[in-house]
Design a protein around this ligand. Structure first.
Ligand SMILES: [Zn+2]
Length: 335
């Protein structure tokens, strides 16, 4: 079921919801809001639920959309005349100027049902510069009762001129206890605390990791990573196996292992780790490498992550990272 059809807030969003609601009730809402926060905190759902609340004719006692009025009904079936959702035509592609223009010319911005008109743009950082410029003109000359909501986990990629015209709403990271409690209600097996650590404290990322078999797969990869470092296994062979997995996940895991090794080297006892279940292996690797080498490897992985999608060949990316990794013990020894 899509986010649009199931608007429910997550438990850690109550406080920020009350804040938004108070501004709505007092008619103090700005013309543009920027919903930010790390991946996996549910900012998309927060934005969508808020959009529905603005169009709902009878908010519930808790201030959530009633789900029963005409506005909610039209919203839920994806057919509300005063709600528009702008996203890339294809995942990972840019939002183009024509798409923005179609929604932001003056006529299209006027509400039809006599209330708010709400436009959600997600991910807002997918707008190319022409599209962003077109939006900027609208933000400079706001239309009364029209609210534009930008959603992104990478606000730094938006032009400063756009950011400065939006009120920023940061989706909070839930307290650990609350996140674990929620996760426990969502996952069937495994340790919610471990999943949460692997998901950097973001419950929705953690939930994605709670897939049967995924932990074993990751443990096997840590094994191979260790084997490549010790010269027990050929890095190119390992790259060939990892190339069959999803590259973003492989890169994400590698950066997690490297960060954990750095944390272990800093020696704060006991450090908080992304991979607490792999402590011994990570410690063994951290011991034989120096800081400089680990930072260098982390840079490589970040760089590969930054250019995701533009790489012609994921196998070559993995090979170059793993070859450098297999060589890092020698560099440490030499230094
Ligand atoms: Zn309603």
């Amino acid at each position: 079921m899509s986010e649009t059809l199931e608007p429910r807030l997550y438990p850690w969003q109550q406080a920020i919801w009350q804040h938004l609601l108070a501004a709505h009730k007092a008619e103090r809402l700005p013309h543009a809001l920027l919903f930010t926060g790390a991946e996996g905190l549910g900012k998309s759902r927060l934005a969508t639920t808020f959009a529905q609340a603005l169009l709902c004719g009878a908010l519930s006692d808790t201030g959530q959309p009633c789900g029963a009025c005409r506005g909610c009904h039209l919203f839920q079936v994806g057919n509300h005349p005063d709600y528009r959702r702008i996203e890339p035509e294809e995942k990972g592609k840019a939002i183009k100027i024509d798409t923005i223009r179609a929604f932001v010319d003056k006529g299209a911005l006027m509400a039809q049902a006599g209330g708010y008109k709400v436009i959600v743009i997600e991910p807002a950082d997918a707008m190319n510069s022409a599209a962003a410029n077109s939006l900027l003109k609208t933000l400079e000359e706001p239309v009364p009762w029209t609210i534009i909501i930008l959603v992104t986990s990478r606000p730094g990629r938006l032009p400063a001129t756009i950011r400065s015209r939006c009120q920023r709403i940061t989706c909070p990271v839930p307290p650990r206890k609350q996140a674990i409690q929620w996760l426990a209600s969502q996952v069937e097996e495994g340790d919610p605390a471990l999943f949460l650590a692997m998901g950097s404290g973001a419950p929705l990322l953690a939930k994605q990791l709670a897939v049967p078999g995924l932990l074993q797969e990751r443990a096997g990869m840590v094994d191979e990573f260790h084997a490549a470092l010790n010269g027990r296994e050929d890095p190119v062979t390992i790259a060939g196996r990892w190339d069959k997995l999803e590259l973003p996940r492989v890169l994400n895991w590698m950066s997690g292992w490297l960060i954990d090794m750095l944390r272990l080297k800093f020696g704060k006892q006991p450090p908080t780790l992304y991979n607490p279940d792999q402590l011994q292996r990570l410690q063994a690797m951290a011991q034989v490498l120096d800081f400089k080498v680990l930072y260098g490897m982390l840079d490589r992985v970040y760089e590969a992550n930054r250019t995701l999608g533009s790489q012609l060949n994921s196998l070559m990316t993995l090979e170059s990272i793993l070859l450098a990794w297999a060589n890092s013990k020698k560099i440490t020894t030499r230094a």
